[in-house]
Structure formats: C-alpha cells, structure tokens
Design a protein around this ligand. Sequence first.
Ligand code: HEC
Ligand code: HEC
Ligand code: HEC
Length: 149
Amino acid sequence: MHQHLKRAFTLLAVGIIAFIIIRSMIVPGSFGEFGWYRGDSVLQIRNLPVGYAGSSSCGEENCHTDIYHVWTNGSHKTINCETCHGALQEHVNNVGIMPQPANASRDYCGLCHFKRAARPSDFPQIDPDVHGENLQCTYCHNPHKPGFV
Ligand code: HEC
Ligand code: HEC
Ligand code: HEC
C-alpha cells in the first residue's frame, strides 16, 4: 500500500478510537435506557415540585365555589384560573400562603384581546385606543365571566 494511504488510514483509525473513548466518557450512563435520552431524567422530572394545582382544586368544592360556578358558566371557562392568577399549588397546600393579586392591567387582557390581524376574526377583539375609555377592563368586565348577559 502507498505510504500516503497508510497515513490516511492510521489517522482515520486514531480518529475513530478517540471518538469512541471520548463518547464513552461524556455520554451519561443512563443514556438510551428507555430511548434517545437520559433514563435518569425521568426520575428527575418526576421529582420536580408541582407548580400548578388545576382549576378544579380552586373551586370545584370547598373554597372558591362561587367564582368557580360563575367561571364555568362564562366564556372564560376555557381559561384556567392559574392562567391569570399564576401557579398556585403552594396556596392549595397551605391557604395561609396568599397568592399575588392577578394582573388586572389592560395590557394583560390585551395579550389575548387586542386587535391583531393574525387572530381569527370571530375571536372577540377590541381596539384599545377606542374601547373602554382607558379604564381597567375589570371596571366593566368580570374577569371570571366577562360577557354581559
Ligand atoms: C381572565 C383572567 C382570570 C381568570 C381566568 C380567573 N381570574 Fe380570578 N381574578 C382575575 C382578576 C383580574 C381579579 C381581580 C379582580 C378585580 O380587580 O376586581 C381576580 C380576582 C379573583 C379573586 C379575588 C377577588 C374576589 O373576587 O374574590 C379570587 C378569589 C379569584 N379571582 C379566584 C379565581 C378562580 C377560583 C378562578 C378559576 C375558577 C379564577 N379566579 C379565574 C382574573 C382571572
Ligand atoms: C367602560 C366599560 C368598559 C371597559 C373599561 C372595557 N370594556 Fe370591553 N366591553 C364593554 C361593553 C359595554 C361591551 C359590549 C358592547 C361592545 O361590544 O362594545 C364590551 C365588549 C368587549 C369585548 C367583546 C367584543 C366583541 O366583539 O365581541 C371584548 C373582547 C372586550 N370588551 C374586552 C375588553 C378589554 C380587553 C378591556 C380592557 C383593555 C375592556 N374590554 C374594557 C365595556 C367596557
Ligand atoms: C389567555 C387568553 C385570555 C386572557 C388573558 C383573557 N381572555 Fe377574555 N377571552 C378569552 C377567550 C378564549 C374567550 C372566549 C372566546 C370565544 O368565545 O370565542 C374570551 C372571551 C372574552 C370576552 C367576550 C365575552 C362574551 O361572552 O362574549 C370578553 C369581554 C373578555 N374575554 C374580556 C377579557 C378581560 C376583561 C380580560 C382580562 C381580565 C380577559 N378577557 C383576559 C381569552 C382570554
């Protein structure tokens, strides 16, 4: 075999061996246990603290039942309590831990309701410059049941 081919093959072999050694050093042991990811991550994710309690724990029974029933009968029933009030599992575990008040600014409601060309035209949208006299939206709308009936 020609000298230059020998050199190329040696380099290739050294490269492959180095790749295998480095790979075995840096790939975590549990990689591939269940799939194309670290098997240990399943346990780690399962042990993360739970942040969200879910709307039913707020008021299906016991606590905020009034607001809950207003909410289930309004057009915001698809917006979970914690979308506006933040993650509240801590408060559910210990009602002594009071949540921060919900963001009642015009801009917050506007995240979903300010007029945008990209939004479906049948989604309720308003032009903030002319709607609501620059008052807080909750001055007129109940956030738990925003429509007027
Ligand atoms: C669209 C956003 C939004 C959603 C969804 C929402 N809230 Fe609220 N909530 C608010 C805002 C804003 C206020 C403050 C109202 C004000 O300024 O008068 C508030 C106030 C409250 C208060 C304190 C004042 C009061 O009326 O007693 C409670 C308790 C409450 N919400 C519970 C809930 C529960 C339970 C749910 C789910 C069933 C829920 N909220 C869903 C926005 C929301
Ligand atoms: C001064 C009272 C008032 C304030 C403040 C107000 N609204 Fe309204 N809003 C109304 C009334 C009345 C209607 C129903 C009549 C209409 O469509 O104009 C309405 C209707 C709506 C609708 C339904 C529009 C549709 O086409 O179906 C949306 C969405 C809405 N408001 C969002 C908001 C948001 C978001 C804010 C705060 C940025 C806000 N409103 C502030 C009085 C108010
Ligand atoms: C995360 C998105 C989101 C946020 C934040 C939000 N809304 Fe809504 N809103 C919705 C959806 C979804 C509907 C139902 C739309 C439908 O029926 O097609 C709705 C419906 C409405 C309607 C129409 C009511 C009716 O019965 O026609 C009004 C008014 C309204 N919201 C006001 C508000 C106000 C005021 C706030 C702030 C306190 C707010 N929304 C925050 C998503 C949102």
